[in-house]
Design a binder for this molecule. Structure first.
Ligand code: BG6
Ligand code: MG
Length: 212
């Protein structure tokens, strides 16, 4: 096999949390009288919580202290975590579940490479709490995508060199992280049009033909 492992981004690849991020950030933006819409929300994909807030604050009329920023980011996370409680095994599509199982049966190691500090909570909600061979997430990194740290850590946890790992991403920041980490990548969703991935997926199950 060309690749011994697949490292999946979580939000937007394995499941969809966009609407919850949007709702939670929107509550904070409204409170601060900041313009916030879907287009700005799309720019938050793959980047850390604090970097996301800094992007939102581009529309803020004034300067906010770091202490206040932390307070609002924490408040956003409290709202977001409440919303995540709505997630269940129903939020894992049949296609993703079956493809993951087939990939594992082919002998591939499967890992998560996510900027989120809530990755484990989300995986538990959708019934994949014990499924992956390694989880690298927002809790074990100091720099978020497009820095390759989160993927390099995943490879390290799997005990594999970067060139044996294939990254799956829906965000351009994630594809750039894979390139910087010398890993091949597969784009899905919005990231496809960037042309930055080694492979473009029409559908999640297309991963099976890449691994063949
Ligand atoms: C990524 C999302 O997976 O996690 C980003 O694509 C988000 O939009 C980032 O900002 C951080 O998430 P969390 O859960 O740590 O606030
Ligand atoms: Mg994503």
């Amino acid at each position: 096999m060309k690749y011994e492992a697949i490292i999946f981004d979580l939000d937007g690849v394995i499941c969809h949390t966009d609407k919850y991020h949007y709702e939670a950030w929107k509550a904070i933006a409204d409170k601060l009288n900041i313009e916030f819409n879907e287009t700005i929300n799309n720019r938050l994909r793959g980047v850390s919580r604090m970097e996301s807030f800094n992007i939102i604050l581009e529309k803020y009329d004034g300067v906010m202290s770091e202490k206040k920023k932390l307070k609002y980011a924490e408040e956003k996370n409290d709202i977001y975590k409440e919303l995540l409680k709505n997630m269940s095994e129903k939020d894992l599509s049949k296609e993703v579940r079956e493809t993951l199982t087939e990939l594992r049966n082919k002998g591939a190691k499967l890992a998560i490479g996510s900027s989120s500090k809530n990755a484990k909570f989300i995986l538990n909600q959708i019934g994949l709490g014990d499924f992956f061979d390694a989880i690298s997430d927002g809790n074990n990194i100091t720099k978020s995508k497009p820095d390759p740290e989160v993927f390099l850590k995943a490879a390290e946890y799997l005990n594999l060199p970067a060139e044996k790992c294939l990254v799956v991403e829906d965000a351009v920041a994630g594809l750039e992280a894979a390139i910087d980490g010398k890993m091949d990548s597969s784009a899905i969703g919005d990231a496809v049009s960037s042309g930055k991935a080694t492979y473009n997926l029409d559908s999640f199950k297309d991963l099976l033909s890449i691994l063949n």
